[in-house]
Unconditional design. Structure first.
Lengths: 491, 62
């Protein structure tokens, strides 16, 4: 193992070693750092789900748990958002990203201690931030509620990951840079830029007036499009071909999709501010860019569908594929929906209603979270050299999550549209417009219970696996020594 | 000009610049030349094209 100083020295020849590494060796090198991120991500997923349930039921039972200040809606709701964004989604995404980077660079992970330190700091940052929000130090800027004393900790954690990414890419084995790697490198580069800029402009030296709103939404939308989306797509572009043993349908389209996402996405945030006190050109440019997102989205949709074509039966027997394809289909759906929501006449109806909440859950859960579950089902057995203990727990996890998120999005979408028409009608009082949405919020609460149970099921399977429960199998599914019985359909 | 403004504009130039450099590097390095082979780099002799690599875990040994 080379020292960190040596790895960072530009004079050191990255191609000095010509040896080839076994896949198992690369996976084994990733074990501790990736498990640190996955384990903590699942912990925060459970905490985030509980906070979500409390916030959801408060919509219908306002007096629920209101005796303590830290359990009031104004604290629980941002605590939910930030734990699932930074604690679950980002940590799971980093874990998947680290593993994919090592595999695609074709070298064992170097300097894993950097990543373990990063994992510890990241979780410390999320913990301090969440406790800060619950204690009343929330910053009242959506997606950035963590108090000022928590963000530097997250920054330190991220710096370690960034440095590690650069070293790994430099010491990769020669050959083609696969499309997933492009997405990951971009995400690793974009996140510190987004997070750094928004902290400088809103916290460190706050700009004044309505420009704050523009910076806020530039960040909040880009963290979805330039951080979570590339990681999710990197995973799909690796998992789908790898699981069914068939290269991506059109590699050309995948490259086009990557560069067009890079070009269009960062303009999208302003569509959250349609009707706000902003120069018209800003909003118009953002609406146009939102429509242009059809290009990267359609390339991804065509590619994943055509790669899967003739292999949809594989969804029956591969847990990874089941979650990943659910995520990929939802990506198409949520992106189309997002582009349409940016059209001002439709935005008038959906803005300030539950419809938007449904859209964000479809994106972050239906697409990203399902994608991360799929990747974890593939990665974790290879890290620990052990099968998932229970196939039925995987099935329960999938169906609870799939039905839960479908129910939630359906309820919030229909309820949001009804609420939107009611808000638009001068004959309906504001109070009544909220009452119309009430039954749909009950359904949302129930769907939240389904999702929480799904997460508990997943956590149980994960912990059992780490404890090596389940005993040996007569047919080690993931390490099958011989060709599988089902042939892949001809291209 | 405040420090924040310098950092932000500097960051913008640095990041856009690195994206451009990355694109030129990729084109010059031949990354876009043979796309069919590019799509196949995730397969090798151990896990060739046609090998399925994920299943539900099978029933436990009695």
């Amino acid at each position: 193992m080379t020292s960190l100083a040596k790895s960072l020295n530009p004079k050191n020849d990255p191609n000095a070693g010509t040896e080839r590494f076994e896949r198992a060796e690369i996976d084994a090198s990733a074990r501790i750092p990736v498990l640190v991120f996955f384990g903590s991500a699942i912990f925060w997923l459970l905490i985030g789900s509980l906070l979500a349930l409390i916030a959801a039921f408060k919509m219908n039972i306002p007096g629920l748990l209101d005796s303590e200040a830290w359990l009031t809606f104004g604290r629980v709701r941002p605590a939910h958002l930030n734990t699932v964004i930074y604690g679950w989604s980002s940590a799971a995404g980093i874990g998947v990203g680290l593993w994919l980077m090592a595999r695609l660079c074709r070298v064992p992970m170097m300097h894993t201690s950097l990543l373990i330190v990063a994992g510890v700091f990241w979780n410390l940052g999320v913990l301090v931030g969440t406790l800060g929000i619950l204690a009343g130090d929330s910053r009242s800027i959506e997606w950035l509620e963590f108090p000022g004393y928590a963000t530097p900790i997250l920054f330190i954690a991220y710096a370690f990951i960034g440095i590690w990414g650069v070293i790994m890419f430099r010491y990769r084995k020669p050959g083609h840079v696969y499309v997933s790697q492009w997405y990951l490198l971009a995400a690793f580069l974009w996140f510190p830029w987004l997070y750094g800029t928004v902290n400088m402009l809103l916290i460190w030296q706050p700009i004044q007036g309505s420009a704050q709103g523009a910076v806020n939404w530039w960040y909040a939308h880009n963290v979805l499009g330039l951080w979570f989306t590339p990681i999710g797509l990197a995973s799909a572009y690796y998992m789908i071909p790898k699981v069914i043993g068939r290269p991506v349908h059109s590699y050309y389209l995948s490259i086009l999709g990557f560069w067009s996402l890079a070009l269009f996405y960062s303009w999208n945030g302003m569509h959250h501010l349609i009707g706000g006190p902003f120069p018209a050109w800003m909003i118009s440019a953002s609406v146009v860019a939102s429509i242009m997102m059809f290009i990267p989205v359609i390339t991804v949709a065509i590619n994943h569908h055509m790669t899967m074509r003739g292999n949809f039966e594989a969804l029956k027997w591969s847990p990874t594929l089941r979650f990943t394809v659910f995520g990929a289909m939802t990506y198409t759906l949520v992106s189309f929906q997002g582009s349409l929501m940016a059209i001002p006449s439709l935005n008038t109806l959906t803005h300030f209603t539950h419809y938007t909440i449904g859209h964000s859950h479809l994106g972050l859960y239906g697409f990203f979270t399902m994608m991360m579950f799929g990747a974890m089902y593939y990665i974790v057995p290879r890290l620990v050299g052990w099968e998932w203990p229970s196939a039925s727990l995987i099935r329960w996890h999938f169906w609870l999550a799939a039905i839960g998120i479908t129910l939630m999005v359906a309820a919030l979408t229909i309820g949001g549209i009804i609420q939107g028409f009611a808000l638009y009608d001068p004959a309906v009082s504001f109070t009544n417009s909220t009452l119309f949405a009430s039954p749909f919020l009950w359904v949302r609460g129930v769907s939240g219970i389904l999702l929480t149970v799904a997460h508990v099921v997943f956590a149980v399977n994960f912990v059992m696996m780490l404890a090596r429960a389940g005993g040996p199998r007569d047919e080690p599914t993931l390490f099958a020594p011989h060709a599988p019985d089902k042939e892949v359909a001809a291209v | 000009m405040t420090i924040a403004a310098i950092l932000i504009i500097g960051g913008l130039i640095f990041l856009s610049g690195s994206a451009l450099i990355a694109f030129y590097w990729a084109a010059g390095d031949g990354q876009f030349r043979d796309l069919k082979r590019g799509a196949e780099v995730i397969f090798d002799e151990d896990e060739p094209i046609g090998r399925i690599t994920d299943r539900f875990p099978a029933k436990r040994k009695a």
